[in-house]
Design a protein around this ligand. Structure first.
Ligand code: G6P
Length: 618
C-alpha cells in the first residue's frame, strides 16, 4: 500500500527520504517520487517501478538539495502506475508539493470546481485534486492563506480518507501533515521531524512518536535550529497529542543474514511465539494473565456472543479463534470478513464482544467493522501487532502480539502470534467459567512446549524444499483439513497463491466431495493437514478418495504416524500437540512449502506482485 515519508530538520532531506522509502518498500507499491524545497525552489522527481529507479534518476539529475522534503511510494488506485500519476503532485503555480495515501471520494466534484477556476489536470489521480485545491487556497494570486490554514480549509471540503504531507516553496522549513482514516506518525528527532505512514521508516531516527488521530493536522517547523510543532484539528482547534514510545528496534527490521524477510520471519517463530506468551502464562496457578483485559474480565465472562473479524490471514486466525472460544470458553462465536460485516445491518445486542484481529492495526475494512460494532454498543477488543496503531487505539481493550515488525508481505509470524493470543484469551475467559486449574495448567504446559515444536518443524526446511521442487510446476493445488485444521488449509492455500502465483484452494476436507473432487487427476497436488485428533479417521477417508483418483498427496502428519505413509507421496512431520494447539504447529510446514515454491519459481518473495502489506483503502 502507498507509503509516505517526510522530513524537516538540519540535514539534507534526500538521504532520509530515500532510506525511509526503502523501509516502506515491503508494503507494496508500483511507483515512487520525492520533492524537496531548498535554495533552488521546489524540485520533484518521480519514477515508475522500484525506489532504486528513483534513486538512479535523482543521481542523474544531480540530487535534490534542501532540508525539507516529502516522498512517496504509490500503489495504484485511481489511474495506472505511470510517472504522471506518481506522487508528489504539485499545484498549478508549482508552489506546493503533496503526497497522499487514501482516497478522496468527492474528487470529481472538486476537480470540476477547480477546472472552473482555471486549473488544468495532468494526471488521473484524486491526489492531484487535493494538491491543486490546497495550492489554490495557498497562492490565490498572491493573497492566499498560509500553508497550514490552506490545509485546514481544503480538508474541510474533502470527503474520503487521507494521510498527507505537503511543503511549499513559500514557507521554508515548514512541513504540514494531516490524517483521516489512513495512518500517519510523526517521529520526534533531535531538532528534526520525520513523518511517515509506517513506523519502520521512523525507527532509525527516533523511538518517540506521535500518532495523529483522524481530522488532525500538524505543522512542523524547523528554522535556524529551532524546532516547533503545532497540532490542531482541521477546524484549527489546538490538540495535545500523546507521545508514544515505539516498541521496535532497527535490528528487528533488518534481514539478519537471511535472503528474504519472509524466511527470517518464519525462522524466528520459536522466539516470537515465546514473546507472544511471555509473562502471560502462570502454570502453577493455572491462570492466564492478560493485563490489557483485566478491567473487562467480568464483561468477557458474561458476554453472550463473540464476533471475530479481520481480513486475509487475520480472518483465518479468527476462524481458529472461533473454535478456541467455543471449545475453551463455551461461548457462541462467529467469524466474519470485516468487509462484509460493515456493509450488512449486523445485529449487535448487549453482551456482544467484537475481536478485531490485525497485524498492522490499520486495515481499512477491519477498522470500519470495529467502528460499526462499537457504534452499536459492542465491547471491542483488539488482537494487534503494531503498537500504537489505529485499531489498537480505538478498541476498548486488547492484547498485543509482541512478535516484532512483520516485513514480509505474506504474513507468517503474526499469524502464529494471533493464534497464541486467541488461545490465551479463550483460556482467560474459560478459566473464569468452566475450566479447572488443572486443565488450564495442562494447556499452559503444552503451550510452553510449542516454541521447541516449531523449531523441530523448521529443521525440515531443506526436506520441504526438495519435496516442493518435485511438484512446483503444477498450477492447481488443493489444501484440505477438518476442525481446527480446516482454517490451516485455507491459510496454506493463501500463502501459496500470494507468493508463488500458483492457483490454490483451501476448504474443509469433506467439502471436496461436493464439487472440487471433479478437478482431481493424476497431476493435482492435494495437501492434507492430518495430525491425529478427533477427525483423523475421517481425513484418512478423504485421502483415500483422492488417492483413488490419482491425486498427488502431501500430508502434514504427526511425527510418529506411520499409517499415513501408505497413502501419502510426501509427509511433512510435526510433533503431536493437543488439538486446539495444532494450528500453531501444522501451519509451519505450509509456510515453508509456499516460501520454497516461490523461490524455486523465481519470484520476489517479499514483494509479491499486486499485493500490499497493509490495505488501508476499502
Ligand atoms: C493484506 C495482507 C495480508 C493480511 C491482510 C490483513 O491483504 O497482504 O497478508 O493478512 O492484509 O492485514 P492485517 O494487517 O489487518 O492483519
Amino acid at each position: 500500500m502507498c507509503g509516505i515519508v517526510a522530513y524537516v530538520g538540519p540535514k539534507q532531506a534526500q538521504g532520509t527520504l530515500l532510506e525511509g522509502l526503502k523501509r516502506l518498500e515491503y508494503r507494496g507499491y508500483d511507483s515512487a517520487g520525492a520533492a524537496v524545497a531548498g535554495p533552488e525552489g521546489l524540485k520533484t522527481v518521480r519514477s515508475v517501478g522500484r525506489v532504486s529507479v528513483l534513486e538512479n534518476m535523482l543521481n542523474e539529475a544531480g540530487g535534490l538539495s534542501g532540508s525539507l522534503g516529502i516522498a512517496h511510494t504509490r500503489w495504484a488506485t485511481h489511474g495506472s502506475p505511470t510517472q504522471l500519476n506518481a506522487h508528489p503532485h504539485t499545484d498549478t503555480a508549482e508552489t506546493i508539493a503533496l503526497v497522499h495515501n487514501g482516497i478522496i471520494e468527492n474528487y470529481v466534484a472538486l476537480r470540476t470546481y477547480l477546472e472552473k477556476r482555471g486549473h488544468t489536470f495532468y494526471s488521473e489521480t484524486d491526489t492531484e485534486v487535493l494538491a491543486k485545491l490546497i495550492g489554490d487556497l495557498h497562492t490565490n494570486n498572491g493573497n492566499g492563506l498560509d500553508l497550514e490554514s490552506a490545509v485546514h480549509s481544503a480538508l474541510q471540503k474533502v470527503t474520503g480518507a487521507y494521510a498527507m504531507a505537503v511543503i511549499s516553496a513559500r514557507e521554508p522549513g515548514t512541513l504540514v501533515v494531516a490524517r483521516k482514516g489512513s495512518p500517519l506518525m510523526i517521529g520526534l528527532g533531535e531538532g528534526s521531524y520525520i513523518a511517515a505512514s509506517d513506523a519502520s521508516a521512523i525507527i532509525a531516527h527516533t523511538t518517540q512518536v506521535i500518532a495523529l488521530d483522524d481530522y488532525q493536522v500538524a505543522k512542523l517547523t524547523v528554522i535556524e535550529g529551532s524546532a516547533e510543532m503545532r497540532t490542531t484539528t482541521i477546524d484549527n482547534v489546538p490538540v495535545n497529542p500523546k507521545v508514544l514510545d515505539l516498541d521496535m528496534s532497527l535490528e528487528q527490521i533488518e534481514l539478519d543474514g537471511y535472503g528474504h524477510f519472509m524466511l527470517k520471519e518464519i525462522m524466528e517463530q520459536p522466539r516470537t511465539l515465546t514473546n507472544a506468551m511471555r509473562g502471560r502464562l502462570d502454570e502453577r496457578e493455572g491462570r492466564v494473565v492478560l493485563g490489557g483485559l483485566r478491567e473487562y474480565a467480568r464483561d468477557l465472562v458474561r458476554a453472550r456472543r463473540f464476533i471475530l473479524t479481520g481480513q486475509g490471514t487475520a480472518w483465518h486466525a479468527g476462524l481458529i479463534g472461533e473454535y478456541l472460544l467455543e471449545d475453551l470458553a463455551k461461548v457462541p462465536c462467529e467469524t466474519e470478513y470485516a468487509s462484509e460485516f460493515r456493509y450488512r445491518n449486523p445485529v449487535i445486542d448487549e453482551g456482544t464482544v467484537m475481536i478485531a484481529i490485525s497485524q498492522s492495526g490499520e486495515t481499512a475494512d477491519t477498522l470500519a467493522a470495529l467502528r460499526e460494532a462499537r457504534e452499536r454498543g459492542a465491547l471491542t477488543l483488539g488482537v494487534v501487532n503494531a503498537v500504537g496503531s489505529t485499531i489498537s487505539r480505538e478498541t476498548d481493550a486488547g492484547v498485543y502480539l509482541h512478535v516484532g515488525p512483520e516485513i514480509g508481505v505474506a504474513s507468517t509470524k503474526a499469524f502464529i502470534g494471533q493464534l497464541a493470543v486467541l488461545t490465551e484469551i479463550a483460556l482467560f475467559i474459560g478459566r473464569r467459567k468452566f475450566l479447572s486449574q488443572d486443565v488450564v495448567s495442562k494447556y499452559i504446559e503444552e503451550l510452553t512446549k510449542l516454541p521447541d515444536c516449531i523449531a523441530k518443524v523448521l529443521e525440515q526446511s531443506d526436506y520441504i524444499r526438495d519435496q516442493t521442487a518435485k511438484l512446483v510446476e503444477r498450477e492447481n493445488w488443493l489444501f484440505l483439513g477438518r476442525g481446527y485444521n480446516y482454517p490451516v488449509a485455507l491459510e496454506g492455500a493463501l500463502k501459496l497463491k500470494e507468493i508463488s502465483y500458483i492457483h490454490a484452494e483451501g476448504m474443509p476436507a469433506a467439502e471436496m466431495k461436493h464439487g472440487p473432487i471433479a478437478l482431481i487427476d493424476k497431476d493435482m497436488p492435494v495437501v492434507f493437514v492430518a495430525p491425529r485428533g478427533s477427525q483423523y479417521e475421517k481425513v484418512v477417508s478423504n485421502i483415500e478418495e483422492v488417492r483413488a483418483r490419482g491425486g498427488r498427496i502431501i500430508a502434514v502428519a504427526d511425527e510418529d504416524d506411520t499409517n499415513i505413509d501408505q497413502y501419502a507421496e510426501t509427509v511433512f512431520r510435526v510433533p503431536h500437540v493437543p488439538e486446539p494447539l495444532q494450528p500453531i504447529i501444522t501451519t509451519i510446514p505450509l509456510q515453508l512449502l509456499a516460501y520454497h515454491a516461490a523461490v524455486i519459481r523465481g519470484h520476489d518473495v517479499d514483494k509479491p506482485r499486486n499485493l500490499a502489506k497493509s490495505v488501508t483503502v476499502e
